[in-house]
Design a protein around this ligand. Structure first.
Ligand code: MN
Length: 262
């Protein structure tokens, strides 16, 4: 199995190092990751400035770009082959509910998925890297369990099998306190905290984006709930943002608009 590893916390983050160490013995692993912390960069691509790829002493390649840039560059030329799997993380903190829209960790995985490569985004639910080695082992276990599906996709044996995008959050717990793996939908958060304003030394007002809001929709069946119960939570994601449920409503509305105009 050939795996491309990326993250959004930067190539020196403990999470990507732990993930690399855990996966290197089960696959051919290449790391292409941002030079700097790119958390909350979502799927952003750098279109108006050139990027450079450099290689660190440990073999990790790093890019002065976003997580999605790294995967994009990796898949469209740098690697010179098509990986069987893109893995992103392990992120420093949760990517649950609305976080997934902003997350650079998810963005990196999604870039792989958009190229037809199955992809997994891994995050720890708390910041600070506690039990990161446990999280990395859990990530490795999951990749091993999914290996048959990855193999089928890699060989295109069944054209009906579509690649998948998984969002995985792992509680910062010792191994024996993690209960197992649960599949759950994304919850929702309250709106973010207020923006923080300060005055610069030159008298200008500076704005700092406030913290993400606390969980709002966190009942049974959500990622917030599963991880709080001590489970590794896995959420299959899709990229289609269409509001399918309300397509008929908008079709009717559009039809009325057309009548008014004519
Ligand atoms: Mn991050």
């Amino acid at each position: 199995m050939k795996i491309l590893i990326c993250n959004d916390d930067g190539y020196q983050a403990p999470g990507i190092v732990a993930l690399y160490e855990a996966l290197k013995n089960i696959a051919d692993v290449a790391v292409v990751a941002p030079e700097q912390n790119n958390s909350a960069k979502s799927n952003a691509l750098t279109l108006h400035s050139p990027m450079y790829v450099q290689t660190a002493a440990n073999g990790f390649r790093y890019v002065n770009g976003t997580p999605a840039d790294c995967v994009h560059i990796g898949l469209t030329g740098l690697l010179g082959y098509r990986p069987d799997l893109v893995v992103s993380g392990i992120n420093n903190g949760a990517n649950m509910g609305d976080d997934t829209i902003y997350s650079g960790t998810v963005g990196a995985a999604m870039e792989g998925y958009l190229f037809g490569v199955p992809a997994i985004a891994f995050s720890q639910t708390e910041k600070g890297w506690a039990h990161i080695d446990v999280a990395a082992q859990r990530a490795r276990d999951l990749v091993l369990q999914l290996a048959p599906s990855i193999e089928v996709l890699a060989h295109g044996a069944l054209p009906t099998v579509a690649p998948w995008l998984l969002n995985v959050n792992i509680p910062n717990l010792p191994n024996d306190q993690i209960k197992g793996v649960k599949v759950a939908r994304l919850g929702r958060r309250h709106a973010a905290e207020r923006v923080i304003t300060q005055t610069s030394p030159r008298g200008e007002t500076m704005y700092w984006i406030g913290s993400a809001g606390p969980a709002k929709d966190d009942g049974d069946g959500t990622d917030f709930h599963a991880t709080k119960q001590g489970f590794v939570c896995m959420t299959p994601l899709q990229v289609d943002l269409t509001d399918h449920e309300r397509l008929p409503y908008w079709a009717q509305t559009a039809a009325r608009l057309t009548q008014i105009q004519s």
